[in-house]
Write a protein that binds this ligand. Sequence first.
Ligand code: HEM
Ligand SMILES: *[C@@H]1O[C@H](CO)[C@@H](O)[C@H](O)[C@H]1NC(C)=O
Ligand SMILES: *[C@@H]1O[C@H](CO)[C@@H](O)[C@H](O)[C@H]1NC(C)=O
Ligand SMILES: *[C@@H]1O[C@H](CO)[C@@H](O)[C@H](O)[C@H]1NC(C)=O
Ligand SMILES: *[C@@H]1O[C@H](CO)[C@@H](O)[C@H](O)[C@H]1NC(C)=O
Length: 475
Amino acid sequence: MEIAFMLQIWNAGAAIAVILCFILSIAAVKWLLSSYRPIKGLPPGSMGWPLLGETIQFLEPHSATTRGSFMDNHIKRYGNIFKSCLFGHPTIVSADPEFNKFILMNEDKLFQCSYPSNISAILGKWSLLVLVAEEHKRMRSIAVNFLSIPKLRDFFLPDIERHVLLTLGTWKEGQVISAHNESKKFTFNLIAKQIMSFNPGETRTTELMNDYLTFMKGVIAPPLNIPGTAYYRALQSRSKILETVKRVLKERSQQSKGTYNDLLESVTRSGNLSTEQILDVVLNMIFGGYETSTVALTLALKFLADAPAVVEELRVEHEAIRASFTSDRRLTWEDYKKMSFTHCVINETLRLGNVVQFVHRKTLCDVYFKDFLIPKGWKVLPVFSAVHLGTDVYDNPLKFDPWRWQQEKNIYFTPFGGGSRLCAGVDLAKLEMAVFIHHLVLEFEWDVTEPDYPLAFPFVEFEKGLPIQVRRRSS
Ligand code: HEM
Ligand SMILES: *[C@@H]1O[C@H](CO)[C@@H](O)[C@H](O)[C@H]1NC(C)=O
Ligand SMILES: *[C@@H]1O[C@H](CO)[C@@H](O)[C@H](O)[C@H]1NC(C)=O
Ligand SMILES: *[C@@H]1O[C@H](CO)[C@@H](O)[C@H](O)[C@H]1NC(C)=O
Ligand SMILES: *[C@@H]1O[C@H](CO)[C@@H](O)[C@H](O)[C@H]1NC(C)=O
């Protein structure tokens, strides 16, 4: 007995000694390696399999409200900046708040937008995602002018509210609906109106939506231009949308100017764009605005359904706004400016939901940052979601807590990107969400009937379309 006991102790001691030796030798090797590392070197990381690299692991679907196991594991192992091989290129992935900001602020100087494969064939060579430097600036100004604050105030706000009321008006007491579907309908109808003054329910609106959805599937499909492929169908949809734009332009050429207040009117009035350029601007607006706003709205519905205290505080804010109405009128810009808690909710929704997880860049020259050298021509992916859901910047980052925005003012919050490529629709997206939330919380209560969560594919999707049951509020 005693001997056995002694042996056990001895064994335990030996085991501890072996483990200690092991740890010490790892530490020694690490120390040696670090002291041999050149002063500025490539970030650590693994290049994965030849060609494929780590693309499959990187794109593995994960809940949009988490960083995903790829990012978690790599950050734990290598730190916030690491190298990898993604989409067939040597790539630096960044979850570093300062580096992400640095990348965005040095567009066209040290870094440049660089999307994978040849998207110019499908998005068009005038697409803002394809253009760089001066040409990007010129085409971008068209989008920025169209989406400016005065336009939002005088023209978009009434339109948005009309479309919100139209959408909510179809919700029946006790009905179970797909929140994602409802957001899609609302967003697309609104865009069709803003771009070409198409009305909801018109055949040409439905046709445009179907053409666009087919088109969208081709953007992420392999570029095989053979009948039957998604890519081929997408190119055909692109031509069909071009025909639609041409037809509308022709109709308008026979009408007096100033009849419409939409994107087509504004681009034809403002300049010398070719029809091809106008088409690309139109596609850009739908491409930039449709999926993104749809997902953002659905996320808001989901997070709010799980946070009754937040909905209560929203109701206080919006009831006060409504109480200030002296007549039965529509929302004004002054009302919108009073929605301060709503803006906290919008920011928190975008922080936790991460509609756009990361953007694609490449280096234009050797770039030095902190201890690292990033060689010219490498791809760089600033991963916004990793910063938004990490503890470097936020306390308790996985919690939906709109109140944090009453104190938090940080420059590392980048749901809309930044620098010279800041989302052109940032103010429009927020206005849409705020007006939707206004009528939603005042007129409805809703519950999620089946658990569903946002999956990052990396495009954010709801597997079940987020089914909700809606009830009119009695007050
Ligand atoms: C919540 C909704 C939205 C989110 C999260 C979002 C996010 C983004 C991000 C991250 C970028 C930068 C891409 C890059 O740097 O490579 C971007 C660009 C852009 N977005 Fe949005 N967006 C939203 C809504 C909209 C809307 C409603 C529109 C317009 C109708 C729009 C139009 C654009 C355009 C035109 C660009 C290209 C800007 C440029 O390259 O200069 N977005 N968006
Ligand atoms: C991309 O596509 C465009 C249009 O189809 C073509 O002109 C261009 O050469 C292609 N670029 C590359 C790198 O394949
Ligand atoms: C959402 O819309 C799609 C297409 O219109 C439809 O097939 C699907 O059943 C809808 N989902 C729900 C939950 O209503
Ligand atoms: C439009 O005209 C301006 C000068 O009037 C010119 O600089 C610009 O290149 C033209 N734009 C396009 C897209 O052709
Ligand atoms: C929301 O985030 C933006 C940055 O995108 C910031 O400018 C704004 O102040 C934030 N709003 C609130 C209410 O904190």
